[in-house]
Design a protein around this ligand. Sequence first.
Ligand code: BG6
Length: 514
Amino acid sequence: MPTPPTQPVSTCDDSLWSALTQPCSLVIFGASGDLTKRKLLPALYNLLLDGLLPPCLVLGLGRKPWSDEDFRQVAREGIEQFSRQPLQPERWEDFQRRLFYMSGKLDDRQTFVQLKKRLEDLETRHHLPGNRIYYLAIPPTAFAAACQGLDYAGLVYPVDDRSPYSRVIVEKPIGRDLQSARELNAIFARVFDESQIYRIDHYLGKETVQNIMVLRFANAIFEPLWNYKYIDHVQITVSEAETVGKRAAYYEETGALRDMVQNHLLQLLCLIATEPPYSLDPDVVRNARMDVLRGLRPIRGKETETMTVRANIAHGVVNGVPVPGYRREEGVRPDSTTETYVALKVFVDNWRWAGVPFYIRTGKALPKRASEIAIQFKEVPQILFNANPHCPLDPNLLLLRIQPEEGMAMRIISKVPGTKAQTHPVEMNFKYGDAFTAPSPEAYERLLLDVMAGDASLFMRRDAVEASWAWITEILEGWARYGTRWLPEYPAGTWGPVEADRLIEMDGRKWRVL
Ligand code: BG6
């Protein structure tokens, strides 16, 4: 059992952040939407409770004709329902004083003229220096109007040391293929410098995901083994018990490959596969991740049939609740071929990973919510304890548990106590909750703070977004060309279709049961 740390480990980080996070205004476009209520406002509130929020105000902009009071009420409900730490009446007072709202349409330039005026008034009243962060929690179809409006009203400062900063945070999806991603990036580039753009992949903000770099590069024991000589294969699983529910309209146009693999799963793969960056400078770290994307072996044309499996939900039961088949969901076409599950066999063609398959899978309506990365090491030679070909030893396994359990585990072979030379696999377990008393912050807390501090390490750079879309687009084209009228199905509450089992079993391996 690891010993709890005697002093807070993040002390130096916290002081660094407070030095870098200058007072600012955060403008949320899409303020009457779900993301603002469920994630953004609770995240800001938790930063306040933890003493990390710099002096700032939050101005929500949305279509609903709300007052400041209405917005504060929604914020209160959001915090009561979704905050990591409970609402504390006296801290709430402090928080709600910072919240403001204005309604407006993004395709009306006057909205931005009014926004500028409101911001300037509020900033003067609150003695804020004019640093501004624009959070685009809006659909991609509205990105252009938001950028043009900000530009028109002179709300974006050039990048230089003398003026206050302007930064923009962009939520996914950034495109639905390479072409559309390029178009969206071009829209941002017309108004913002790349250094002002923070493209969110909220998986990179998860505590356990950040720990991948620490595990690899702050410990001596893993890195020497972290290559094709010792690793047999890697499995990355992001399993969700939820179905598409109210998001059917969005999901129909998206599917699991675009929704989860293009961003979250590929980023996890990058963190596992990256070379050690020579410093923690944001661009150095992002260059290292970028090299992994460049090394992905393309999956083209007919290869999509052997390297990928897609499927959708058939009627079943998840956690005791009946779930209809995907094509029966409201808003879904009865002959839909949008995948709710995808599994892929991926190779990174570089020296470190030559020949090592990365099996990745994600799906909705699976038996439980669980994300993990399993690194399976090669077998020991078939001599001594592994000499009996009828009962080979289980190879070592390193598990990085991302959610909901946060931690890691290592499977090793041990001797069973007694007089016989009998062996058995045992698990060494490390749980974040046991080792550290403080609960992990939510991804959005860390990410918002990083934008305030101007640290883009955990955000997607333009070239990375386009590289991952380039790779995904080839798969989409292969699917379109060699597609079937019906996708395989898996009953809700099971671990995916038999086709996905075959994908890994034909290599003599098995999916882990989580
Ligand atoms: C989002 C996807 O990006 O990530 C959703 O659009 C998915 O479909 C969600 O449910 C999963 O995030 P998390 O943090 O709950 O694993």
